[in-house]
Design a protein around this ligand. Structure first.
Ligand code: KIV
Ligand code: ZN
Length: 516
């Protein structure tokens, strides 16, 4: 066990730097549209993250525009753009973030000999010079500059310390120590942070940050070891998504610090009750499901199977529960909220309580959907409302909309589907009847025929939102066309209607991307 760091007895506030929109988006297949990024950034603000890394401005116009939009719309967190240690990158990052009320440039250069020799083909002196120059440039543009020596955990400690000292001298107010390839271990990483605190003479002029990847499943443990040894910022993503095996998971690190405040003498500004909603939103947007046994946000994270545990829980919750489900915003669908007779006012109040401050037009759309649902389903739960908001309001401009659907299928029949679709631009309604291997196949063939889509269906997922046979079923489809990947969601008590809606929403997104 490492020695307790020499810090005062007060609880330290650890900054949460969320990189779901940047490193998280680098997960294979996790690309997000600009509207999805904005929606997620708003949720990150509600969750209480301190810094949002909204993208990598030079990487694409899409990234640049999303960063600018988030900077203009999302209040609270510092909005940050990544930039390589190159003049063009740093200037582009500045252009993207400059109008955000609180902004940061995060620039990086590799520091390990492996990277410098094989990837950059330069020596240590040159890497140090470029890093310092680019921190100076960033600092001439903004007050808040972060620097990362990439692959720090495979960098010789003497050189790493020299680089960290030089960039702090050049004006970096945060120095981030990345475990880029997920190679380090908790004791080793903790010792590295201690060593940097000892060797770097100006270390107190900057916040030490850590950025751990999860290749050996140690990202959270390594980040916690760093905090224990003096790091003041953790870089992480919701659900731990990110390159390869992902990044440090935000919900795990935040709940570990909160639950073991006594041990770490540290905590974060995270509003833990927003965790479940944030996790579900990321799943919905990226299509990346969370494993059932994942800590904090997995479907089984709060289920107790063993009889002896259930017995203990009935007597006293704390016998087997170290975190309450409610503290992470999980209500197990038990929160009956509204029914058929609830009015617009009650619906609107519930939306606000759930953190959705919608424009009047959007409330109208959602309310209409809620009334339709209340006709089909007796009890409406928070989860249903969340689904309505995310499926109805995340729709892009509707090029096509579902006007009607009839399906004929069963054990003794070859499936056939008749689909009617309205084309918004002309208001024309087109109908096709098709057969298929199953009812969904028949529906999708008819939709493809009407819309003329050339996209390929990559993934088709179904899930029930709440329990019971009248539950809302939600379908997510992932489509690919010309190397572009989009996801569409549809929710309905009839799963075939949900399937049709999801497919049409995804086709609309492709059409919107083409137009944009
Ligand atoms: O993993 C990494 O090293 C990074 C840097 C850009 C911080 O993502
Ligand atoms: Zn990374």
């Amino acid at each position: 066990m490492p020695e307790k760091p020499d810090m005062d007895n007060d609880i330290r506030n650890i900054r949460i730097f969320d990189t779901t929109l940047r490193d998280g988006e680098q997960s294979p297949g996790a690309t997000m549209t600009t509207e999805e990024k904005l929606q997620l950034a708003r949720q990150l603000a509600r969750l209480g993250v301190d810094i949002i890394e909204a993208g990598f401005a030079i990487a694409s116009d899409g990234d640049f525009n999303a960063i600018r939009l988030i900077g203009g719309e999302v209040e609270g967190p510092v909005i940050c753009s990544l930039a390589r240690a190159k003049e063009g990158d740093v200037k582009r990052a500045y252009e993207a973030i400059k109008d955000a009320p609180r902004h940061r440039i995060h620039t990086f250069h590799s520091s390990s000999d492996i990277h410098l020799k094989y990837q950059y083909r330069i020596g240590r002196d040159e890497a140090l010079k470029r890093s310092v120059e680019m921190v100076e440039l960033a600092r001439s543009l903004v007050e808040d500059v972060e620097f990362s020596p990439m692959d720090a955990t495979r960098t010789e400690i003497g050189y790493l310390s020299e680089m960290v000292e030089a960039v702090i001298g050049a004006g970096a107010s945060t120095v981030n120590i990345p475990d880029t390839v997920g190679y380090t271990t908790p004791e080793e990483f903790g010792a590295m942070i201690r060593e940097l605190r000892k060797r770097v003479s100006n270390i107190d002029d900057a916040v030490i940050s850590v950025h751990c990847h999860n290749d050996l499943g140690l990202a959270v443990a390594n980040s916690l070891a760093a905090v224990y040894n003096g790091a003041g910022q953790v870089e992480c993503t919701i659900n731990g998504i990110g390159e390869r095996a992902g990044n440090c998971s935000m919900e795990e690190v935040a709940m570990a610090l909160r639950t073991r405040r006594d041990f770490f003498r540290a905590d974060t500004n995270i509003v833990s009750e927003e965790i479940t909603r944030s996790s579900r939103l990321v799943t919905k947007i990226t299509g990346m499901e969370v494993q059932p046994n994942k800590a904090i946000v997995g479907a089984n994270a709060f289920s107790h199977e063993a009889g002896i545990h259930q017995d203990g829980l009935l007597k006293e919750k704390t016998t087997y529960e170290i975190i309450s489900p409610e503290s992470v915003g999980l209500h197990h669908g038990t929160k009956l909220v509204l029914g058929k007779h609830s009015g617009r006012h009650a619906f609107k109040s519930r939306l606000v309580e759930l953190g959705h401050d919608l424009a009047d037009d959007d409330i109208e759309v959602a309310f209409k959907r809620f009334k339709d649902l209340a006709d089909q389903k007796k009890d409406i739960f928070d989860e249903d409302i969340e689904t309505i908001v995310s499926t109805e309001l995340m729709k892009t401009q509707e090029v096509f909309s579902l006007d009607g659907l009839t399906v004929n299928a069963g054990t003794d029949k070859a499936p056939r589907a008749t689909v009617r679709i309205r084309v918004t631009e002309t208001d024309e309604v087109i109908e096709r009847e098709m057969g298929g291997d199953g009812p969904v196949d028949a529906i999708y063939r008819a939709i493809a025929e009407i819309t003329g889509t050339k996209s390929k269906l990559q993934k088709f997922d179904i899930k029930g939102i709440t329990g019971g046979t009248d539950a809302l079923g939600e379908v997510t489809v992932t489509l690919e066309e010309d190397d572009r990947v989009v996801r569409g969601h549809g929710a309905h008590t009839d799963i075939l209607v949900a399937a049709a809606m999801a497919y049409i929403t995804a086709i609309n997104k492709l059409a919107a991307k083409q137009a944009g």
